[in-house]
Write a protein that binds this ligand. Structure first.
Ligand code: ADP
Ligand code: MG
Length: 384
Protein backbone atom coordinates (compact mmCIF):
# COMPACT_ATOMS: atom_id res chain seq x y z
CA UNK A 1 0.00 0.00 0.00
CA UNK A 2 1.11 3.51 -0.76
CA UNK A 3 -0.10 5.07 2.48
CA UNK A 4 2.59 7.16 4.14
CA UNK A 5 3.29 6.08 7.72
CA UNK A 6 2.41 9.51 9.10
CA UNK A 7 -0.96 9.65 7.37
CA UNK A 8 -1.66 6.15 8.52
CA UNK A 9 -1.10 7.11 12.15
CA UNK A 10 -3.32 10.18 11.79
CA UNK A 11 -5.96 8.00 10.26
CA UNK A 12 -5.78 5.59 13.18
CA UNK A 13 -6.00 8.43 15.70
CA UNK A 14 -9.01 9.84 13.89
CA UNK A 15 -10.60 6.41 14.01
CA UNK A 16 -9.85 6.17 17.71
CA UNK A 17 -11.64 9.44 18.39
CA UNK A 18 -14.54 8.44 16.21
CA UNK A 19 -15.03 5.19 18.09
CA UNK A 20 -14.64 5.44 21.85
CA UNK A 21 -15.41 1.77 21.95
CA UNK A 22 -12.16 -0.20 21.63
CA UNK A 23 -13.75 -3.14 19.85
CA UNK A 24 -14.75 -0.97 16.91
CA UNK A 25 -11.15 -0.14 16.09
CA UNK A 26 -10.53 -3.53 14.61
CA UNK A 27 -11.63 -4.35 11.07
CA UNK A 28 -15.18 -5.55 10.66
CA UNK A 29 -14.04 -8.63 8.74
CA UNK A 30 -10.56 -10.03 8.90
CA UNK A 31 -9.42 -12.92 6.74
CA UNK A 32 -6.21 -14.47 7.99
CA UNK A 33 -4.31 -16.86 5.75
CA UNK A 34 -7.47 -18.30 4.28
CA UNK A 35 -6.93 -21.20 1.97
CA UNK A 36 -9.38 -23.17 -0.13
CA UNK A 37 -8.64 -26.07 -2.40
CA UNK A 38 -10.86 -28.52 -4.26
CA UNK A 39 -8.82 -31.69 -4.36
CA UNK A 40 -5.50 -30.59 -5.87
CA UNK A 41 -6.91 -27.41 -7.42
CA UNK A 42 -6.18 -24.35 -5.30
CA UNK A 43 -8.93 -21.71 -5.52
CA UNK A 44 -7.66 -19.38 -2.74
CA UNK A 45 -4.08 -19.33 -1.63
CA UNK A 46 -3.28 -18.13 1.91
CA UNK A 47 -5.03 -14.83 1.52
CA UNK A 48 -5.04 -11.99 4.08
CA UNK A 49 -7.61 -9.23 3.81
CA UNK A 50 -9.05 -6.77 6.32
CA UNK A 51 -12.28 -4.96 5.60
CA UNK A 52 -13.37 -1.88 7.54
CA UNK A 53 -16.87 -1.10 8.65
CA UNK A 54 -19.10 0.85 6.27
CA UNK A 55 -16.90 0.47 3.20
CA UNK A 56 -17.82 -0.47 -0.34
CA UNK A 57 -15.20 -2.99 -1.48
CA UNK A 58 -15.08 -4.23 -5.07
CA UNK A 59 -13.24 -7.45 -5.85
CA UNK A 60 -12.08 -7.90 -9.43
CA UNK A 61 -9.99 -10.38 -11.35
CA UNK A 62 -10.13 -12.71 -14.33
CA UNK A 63 -12.60 -15.56 -14.46
CA UNK A 64 -11.53 -18.46 -12.23
CA UNK A 65 -9.26 -16.38 -9.95
CA UNK A 66 -11.29 -17.27 -6.86
CA UNK A 67 -13.66 -14.32 -6.38
CA UNK A 68 -16.83 -16.39 -5.94
CA UNK A 69 -15.02 -18.92 -3.76
CA UNK A 70 -13.89 -16.07 -1.49
CA UNK A 71 -17.46 -14.80 -1.09
CA UNK A 72 -18.83 -18.31 -0.54
CA UNK A 73 -16.24 -18.86 2.19
CA UNK A 74 -17.29 -15.60 3.84
CA UNK A 75 -20.96 -16.54 3.55
CA UNK A 76 -20.35 -19.95 5.10
CA UNK A 77 -21.30 -21.89 1.98
CA UNK A 78 -17.81 -23.40 1.72
CA UNK A 79 -15.62 -24.85 4.41
CA UNK A 80 -12.11 -23.36 4.56
CA UNK A 81 -9.16 -25.65 3.89
CA UNK A 82 -7.11 -23.44 6.20
CA UNK A 83 -6.95 -20.04 7.89
CA UNK A 84 -9.51 -18.02 9.81
CA UNK A 85 -12.28 -15.52 9.24
CA UNK A 86 -12.97 -13.09 12.07
CA UNK A 87 -15.87 -10.69 12.48
CA UNK A 88 -14.95 -7.95 14.94
CA UNK A 89 -12.24 -10.18 16.29
CA UNK A 90 -14.47 -13.21 16.79
CA UNK A 91 -13.85 -16.31 14.72
CA UNK A 92 -16.86 -17.11 12.53
CA UNK A 93 -15.56 -19.82 10.20
CA UNK A 94 -17.40 -22.60 11.98
CA UNK A 95 -20.73 -20.81 12.26
CA UNK A 96 -23.58 -21.99 10.02
CA UNK A 97 -24.79 -19.70 7.23
CA UNK A 98 -27.75 -18.20 9.11
CA UNK A 99 -25.70 -17.28 12.17
CA UNK A 100 -22.99 -15.47 10.22
CA UNK A 101 -24.57 -12.11 9.46
CA UNK A 102 -22.97 -12.27 5.98
CA UNK A 103 -25.78 -12.85 3.45
CA UNK A 104 -24.89 -13.27 -0.22
CA UNK A 105 -26.72 -11.93 -3.27
CA UNK A 106 -25.62 -13.61 -6.46
CA UNK A 107 -26.25 -13.33 -10.14
CA UNK A 108 -28.88 -16.02 -10.45
CA UNK A 109 -30.53 -14.51 -7.32
CA UNK A 110 -31.85 -17.90 -6.17
CA UNK A 111 -35.30 -16.57 -5.33
CA UNK A 112 -37.92 -19.22 -4.58
CA UNK A 113 -40.32 -19.40 -7.55
CA UNK A 114 -43.06 -21.04 -5.45
CA UNK A 115 -43.11 -18.21 -2.89
CA UNK A 116 -44.48 -14.69 -3.27
CA UNK A 117 -42.28 -11.61 -3.14
CA UNK A 118 -43.22 -11.07 0.51
CA UNK A 119 -42.58 -14.71 1.44
CA UNK A 120 -39.21 -14.61 -0.29
CA UNK A 121 -38.20 -11.59 1.75
CA UNK A 122 -39.52 -13.14 4.97
CA UNK A 123 -37.53 -16.30 4.36
CA UNK A 124 -34.26 -15.13 5.93
CA UNK A 125 -36.08 -14.09 9.11
CA UNK A 126 -37.89 -17.42 9.29
CA UNK A 127 -34.49 -19.16 9.26
CA UNK A 128 -33.50 -16.99 12.21
CA UNK A 129 -36.64 -17.95 14.11
CA UNK A 130 -38.26 -14.50 14.06
CA UNK A 131 -42.01 -14.71 14.84
CA UNK A 132 -44.65 -14.33 12.16
CA UNK A 133 -45.93 -10.84 13.01
CA UNK A 134 -42.51 -9.25 13.28
CA UNK A 135 -41.37 -11.09 10.17
CA UNK A 136 -44.18 -9.63 8.10
CA UNK A 137 -43.73 -6.14 9.47
CA UNK A 138 -39.99 -6.09 8.78
CA UNK A 139 -40.35 -7.63 5.31
CA UNK A 140 -42.98 -5.05 4.33
CA UNK A 141 -40.77 -2.25 5.58
CA UNK A 142 -37.94 -3.40 3.29
CA UNK A 143 -40.23 -3.95 0.33
CA UNK A 144 -41.38 -0.38 0.75
CA UNK A 145 -37.85 0.92 1.01
CA UNK A 146 -36.99 -0.81 -2.26
CA UNK A 147 -40.21 0.36 -3.97
CA UNK A 148 -41.68 -3.12 -4.15
CA UNK A 149 -44.66 -2.69 -1.82
CA UNK A 150 -47.16 -2.95 -4.67
CA UNK A 151 -45.74 -6.30 -5.71
CA UNK A 152 -45.62 -8.09 -2.39
CA UNK A 153 -48.26 -10.71 -3.30
CA UNK A 154 -46.89 -11.51 -6.74
CA UNK A 155 -44.87 -14.53 -7.68
CA UNK A 156 -41.26 -13.65 -8.44
CA UNK A 157 -41.67 -14.84 -12.05
CA UNK A 158 -44.09 -11.95 -12.61
CA UNK A 159 -41.37 -9.37 -12.00
CA UNK A 160 -38.89 -7.62 -14.28
CA UNK A 161 -35.17 -8.30 -13.97
CA UNK A 162 -34.57 -5.13 -11.98
CA UNK A 163 -37.46 -5.88 -9.60
CA UNK A 164 -36.21 -9.43 -9.00
CA UNK A 165 -32.82 -7.94 -8.22
CA UNK A 166 -34.41 -5.68 -5.60
CA UNK A 167 -36.31 -8.63 -4.06
CA UNK A 168 -33.01 -10.48 -3.68
CA UNK A 169 -31.52 -7.41 -2.00
CA UNK A 170 -34.54 -7.01 0.30
CA UNK A 171 -34.31 -10.67 1.29
CA UNK A 172 -30.72 -10.13 2.46
CA UNK A 173 -31.16 -6.68 3.98
CA UNK A 174 -34.22 -7.64 6.03
CA UNK A 175 -31.92 -9.51 8.41
CA UNK A 176 -30.07 -6.21 8.98
CA UNK A 177 -26.60 -7.61 8.37
CA UNK A 178 -23.42 -5.62 9.02
CA UNK A 179 -21.99 -6.84 5.73
CA UNK A 180 -23.62 -7.74 2.44
CA UNK A 181 -21.85 -9.95 -0.08
CA UNK A 182 -22.73 -9.48 -3.75
CA UNK A 183 -21.46 -11.78 -6.52
CA UNK A 184 -21.81 -10.09 -9.92
CA UNK A 185 -25.38 -9.11 -9.03
CA UNK A 186 -25.93 -6.92 -12.10
CA UNK A 187 -24.38 -9.08 -14.80
CA UNK A 188 -27.72 -10.56 -15.90
CA UNK A 189 -29.27 -7.12 -16.44
CA UNK A 190 -29.10 -5.11 -19.67
CA UNK A 191 -26.60 -2.24 -19.80
CA UNK A 192 -29.14 0.52 -19.15
CA UNK A 193 -30.70 -1.17 -16.13
CA UNK A 194 -27.30 -2.14 -14.79
CA UNK A 195 -26.17 1.50 -14.73
CA UNK A 196 -29.36 2.52 -12.91
CA UNK A 197 -28.98 -0.26 -10.35
CA UNK A 198 -25.35 0.78 -9.76
CA UNK A 199 -26.60 4.17 -8.65
CA UNK A 200 -29.27 2.60 -6.43
CA UNK A 201 -26.84 0.16 -4.83
CA UNK A 202 -24.31 2.86 -4.05
CA UNK A 203 -27.00 5.10 -2.54
CA UNK A 204 -28.37 2.22 -0.47
CA UNK A 205 -24.91 1.33 0.81
CA UNK A 206 -24.28 4.95 1.86
CA UNK A 207 -27.64 5.35 3.54
CA UNK A 208 -27.45 2.08 5.44
CA UNK A 209 -23.76 2.48 6.26
CA UNK A 210 -23.22 -1.26 5.99
CA UNK A 211 -20.21 -2.89 4.34
CA UNK A 212 -20.66 -4.15 0.79
CA UNK A 213 -18.23 -6.72 -0.60
CA UNK A 214 -18.99 -6.68 -4.27
CA UNK A 215 -17.53 -9.05 -6.85
CA UNK A 216 -17.61 -7.85 -10.43
CA UNK A 217 -15.77 -8.33 -13.69
CA UNK A 218 -16.86 -4.87 -14.83
CA UNK A 219 -14.24 -2.14 -14.44
CA UNK A 220 -16.84 0.59 -14.61
CA UNK A 221 -18.93 -0.96 -11.80
CA UNK A 222 -15.89 -1.36 -9.56
CA UNK A 223 -14.43 2.06 -10.25
CA UNK A 224 -17.68 3.98 -9.99
CA UNK A 225 -18.99 2.43 -6.77
CA UNK A 226 -16.12 1.23 -4.61
CA UNK A 227 -14.14 2.97 -1.86
CA UNK A 228 -11.56 0.26 -2.22
CA UNK A 229 -10.75 -2.09 -5.09
CA UNK A 230 -9.12 -5.50 -4.62
CA UNK A 231 -7.52 -7.09 -7.70
CA UNK A 232 -7.15 -10.87 -7.49
CA UNK A 233 -5.13 -13.29 -9.60
CA UNK A 234 -4.93 -17.08 -9.20
CA UNK A 235 -6.29 -17.13 -5.67
CA UNK A 236 -4.07 -14.30 -4.42
CA UNK A 237 -4.38 -10.53 -4.05
CA UNK A 238 -2.32 -8.48 -6.50
CA UNK A 239 -3.28 -5.03 -5.26
CA UNK A 240 -5.63 -3.28 -2.85
CA UNK A 241 -6.25 0.43 -3.07
CA UNK A 242 -8.60 3.31 -3.74
CA UNK A 243 -9.90 3.26 -7.34
CA UNK A 244 -7.81 6.26 -8.41
CA UNK A 245 -4.69 4.79 -6.82
CA UNK A 246 -5.09 1.52 -8.70
CA UNK A 247 -5.88 3.34 -11.92
CA UNK A 248 -2.93 5.74 -11.65
CA UNK A 249 -0.43 3.32 -10.15
CA UNK A 250 -1.00 -0.33 -10.92
CA UNK A 251 1.40 -2.15 -8.57
CA UNK A 252 2.17 -5.13 -10.78
CA UNK A 253 2.36 -5.82 -14.53
CA UNK A 254 -0.61 -8.15 -14.02
CA UNK A 255 -2.78 -5.29 -12.70
CA UNK A 256 -1.64 -2.98 -15.51
CA UNK A 257 -2.55 -5.63 -18.11
CA UNK A 258 -5.80 -6.57 -16.42
CA UNK A 259 -7.04 -2.97 -16.30
CA UNK A 260 -5.81 -2.30 -19.84
CA UNK A 261 -5.02 1.11 -21.26
CA UNK A 262 -1.39 1.00 -20.11
CA UNK A 263 1.88 0.38 -21.87
CA UNK A 264 4.51 -1.82 -20.30
CA UNK A 265 8.14 -1.48 -21.39
CA UNK A 266 10.72 -3.88 -19.96
CA UNK A 267 13.80 -1.95 -18.87
CA UNK A 268 16.87 -2.02 -16.69
CA UNK A 269 17.68 0.81 -14.25
CA UNK A 270 20.97 2.34 -15.37
CA UNK A 271 21.46 5.43 -13.26
CA UNK A 272 19.85 7.07 -10.28
CA UNK A 273 20.53 10.62 -9.19
CA UNK A 274 18.66 13.08 -6.97
CA UNK A 275 15.85 13.96 -9.35
CA UNK A 276 15.67 11.18 -11.86
CA UNK A 277 16.17 7.58 -12.79
CA UNK A 278 17.53 6.60 -16.21
CA UNK A 279 16.19 3.38 -17.67
CA UNK A 280 17.55 1.44 -20.57
CA UNK A 281 15.60 -0.80 -22.92
CA UNK A 282 15.93 -2.31 -26.38
CA UNK A 283 13.94 0.74 -27.56
CA UNK A 284 16.29 3.35 -26.12
CA UNK A 285 16.83 5.04 -22.76
CA UNK A 286 14.16 6.89 -20.82
CA UNK A 287 14.03 9.33 -17.94
CA UNK A 288 11.72 8.89 -14.98
CA UNK A 289 10.99 11.30 -12.18
CA UNK A 290 12.39 9.64 -9.05
CA UNK A 291 9.64 11.26 -6.92
CA UNK A 292 7.01 9.02 -8.50
CA UNK A 293 9.06 5.89 -8.16
CA UNK A 294 9.70 3.60 -5.24
CA UNK A 295 12.88 1.78 -4.26
CA UNK A 296 14.72 1.08 -7.48
CA UNK A 297 18.47 0.44 -7.54
CA UNK A 298 20.88 0.50 -10.47
CA UNK A 299 20.93 -2.78 -12.34
CA UNK A 300 17.35 -3.74 -11.34
CA UNK A 301 15.07 -5.17 -13.98
CA UNK A 302 11.94 -3.05 -14.00
CA UNK A 303 8.75 -2.43 -15.93
CA UNK A 304 8.05 1.09 -17.05
CA UNK A 305 4.30 1.72 -17.11
CA UNK A 306 2.84 4.59 -19.13
CA UNK A 307 -0.89 5.08 -19.53
CA UNK A 308 -2.17 5.24 -23.11
CA UNK A 309 -3.68 8.69 -22.54
CA UNK A 310 -0.35 10.11 -21.33
CA UNK A 311 1.52 9.49 -24.55
CA UNK A 312 1.70 12.18 -27.24
CA UNK A 313 2.31 11.53 -30.90
CA UNK A 314 4.23 13.86 -33.22
CA UNK A 315 5.35 13.56 -36.82
CA UNK A 316 8.83 14.83 -36.12
CA UNK A 317 11.39 13.74 -33.53
CA UNK A 318 13.28 15.92 -31.07
CA UNK A 319 10.39 17.40 -29.04
CA UNK A 320 10.49 15.48 -25.82
CA UNK A 321 12.80 13.92 -23.24
CA UNK A 322 11.32 10.46 -23.68
CA UNK A 323 10.67 9.53 -27.23
CA UNK A 324 10.37 6.34 -29.31
CA UNK A 325 10.13 6.12 -33.05
CA UNK A 326 7.28 3.76 -33.95
CA UNK A 327 5.45 2.32 -36.87
CA UNK A 328 1.68 2.81 -37.05
CA UNK A 329 -0.06 -0.57 -36.99
CA UNK A 330 -3.71 0.34 -36.68
CA UNK A 331 -6.37 2.62 -35.26
CA UNK A 332 -9.70 2.02 -33.54
CA UNK A 333 -12.33 4.68 -33.09
CA UNK A 334 -14.09 4.62 -29.73
CA UNK A 335 -16.53 7.52 -29.70
CA UNK A 336 -14.59 10.77 -29.51
CA UNK A 337 -11.36 8.89 -28.78
CA UNK A 338 -8.98 6.97 -31.01
CA UNK A 339 -6.80 4.09 -29.89
CA UNK A 340 -3.71 4.25 -32.02
CA UNK A 341 -1.71 1.02 -32.15
CA UNK A 342 2.02 1.46 -32.69
CA UNK A 343 5.05 -0.78 -32.63
CA UNK A 344 8.65 0.09 -31.79
CA UNK A 345 11.52 -1.10 -34.00
CA UNK A 346 12.20 -3.91 -31.53
CA UNK A 347 8.56 -5.03 -31.75
CA UNK A 348 7.21 -3.63 -28.43
CA UNK A 349 3.52 -2.76 -28.86
CA UNK A 350 2.56 0.78 -27.81
CA UNK A 351 -1.01 1.94 -27.49
CA UNK A 352 -1.87 5.63 -27.50
CA UNK A 353 -5.23 7.17 -26.76
CA UNK A 354 -5.89 10.43 -28.59
CA UNK A 355 -8.79 12.79 -29.06
CA UNK A 356 -10.22 12.35 -32.50
CA UNK A 357 -9.55 15.98 -33.43
CA UNK A 358 -5.87 15.67 -32.45
CA UNK A 359 -5.65 12.58 -34.60
CA UNK A 360 -7.05 14.44 -37.61
CA UNK A 361 -4.44 17.19 -37.22
CA UNK A 362 -1.68 14.58 -37.32
CA UNK A 363 -2.34 13.12 -40.75
CA UNK A 364 -1.38 9.57 -39.78
CA UNK A 365 -1.06 6.67 -42.20
CA UNK A 366 -1.07 2.98 -41.36
CA UNK A 367 2.46 1.70 -42.02
CA UNK A 368 3.96 5.19 -41.63
CA UNK A 369 6.28 6.36 -38.85
CA UNK A 370 5.55 8.61 -35.83
CA UNK A 371 7.22 9.61 -32.56
CA UNK A 372 5.59 8.60 -29.31
CA UNK A 373 6.66 10.66 -26.29
CA UNK A 374 5.80 11.21 -22.62
CA UNK A 375 6.86 13.30 -19.65
CA UNK A 376 9.31 11.79 -17.13
CA UNK A 377 6.75 12.23 -14.33
CA UNK A 378 4.07 10.29 -16.24
CA UNK A 379 5.95 7.01 -16.39
CA UNK A 380 6.00 4.90 -13.25
CA UNK A 381 8.30 2.05 -12.45
CA UNK A 382 7.51 -1.30 -10.90
CA UNK A 383 10.02 -4.00 -10.14
CA UNK A 384 9.94 -6.86 -12.60
P1 ADP B 1 -14.27 -16.67 -10.11
O1 ADP B 1 -15.52 -16.41 -9.34
O2 ADP B 1 -13.18 -15.70 -9.83
O3 ADP B 1 -14.52 -16.79 -11.58
P2 ADP B 1 -14.27 -19.21 -8.69
O4 ADP B 1 -14.11 -18.80 -7.28
O5 ADP B 1 -15.63 -19.61 -9.13
O6 ADP B 1 -13.67 -18.09 -9.66
O7 ADP B 1 -13.29 -20.44 -8.97
C1 ADP B 1 -11.94 -20.44 -8.58
C2 ADP B 1 -11.32 -21.78 -8.97
O8 ADP B 1 -11.86 -22.83 -8.17
C3 ADP B 1 -11.57 -22.17 -10.41
O9 ADP B 1 -10.42 -22.79 -10.91
C4 ADP B 1 -12.72 -23.14 -10.31
O10 ADP B 1 -12.69 -24.06 -11.37
C5 ADP B 1 -12.46 -23.81 -8.97
N1 ADP B 1 -13.72 -24.23 -8.31
C6 ADP B 1 -14.69 -23.41 -7.86
N2 ADP B 1 -15.69 -24.12 -7.28
C7 ADP B 1 -15.33 -25.42 -7.38
C8 ADP B 1 -15.93 -26.66 -6.98
N3 ADP B 1 -17.11 -26.69 -6.32
N4 ADP B 1 -15.26 -27.81 -7.25
C9 ADP B 1 -14.07 -27.77 -7.87
N5 ADP B 1 -13.45 -26.65 -8.28
C10 ADP B 1 -14.06 -25.49 -8.05
MG1 MG C 1 -17.50 -16.09 -9.99
Amino acid sequence: MLVEPEKNINHQIALHHAHQDETKMQPLISMKGIHKSYGRAVAIERLDLDIDEGKFIAIMGPSGCGKSTLLRCLAGMEELSGGKILRQGIEINDLPIWERDTPLVWQSLALFPFLTVLENVEFGLRMKGVGRGERRERALRWLKRLQLEDHSDRGVDQLSGGQRQRVALARCLVTEPSVLLLDEPLSALDAHLSVRMQGELKRLQRELGITFIYVTHSHSEAFSMADQVVIMNEGRIEQIGAPEEIYLRPATPFVARFLGGSNIIECKARERNSGEIILESTDGSFKCDSKVTSNVSCGDKVNLIIRADQISVTAEAGWAENEIYCQVIGEEFVGALVNLRLETSSGTPIIVQLQQRDMEALDIEIGGGVNASWHPEDGHIINA
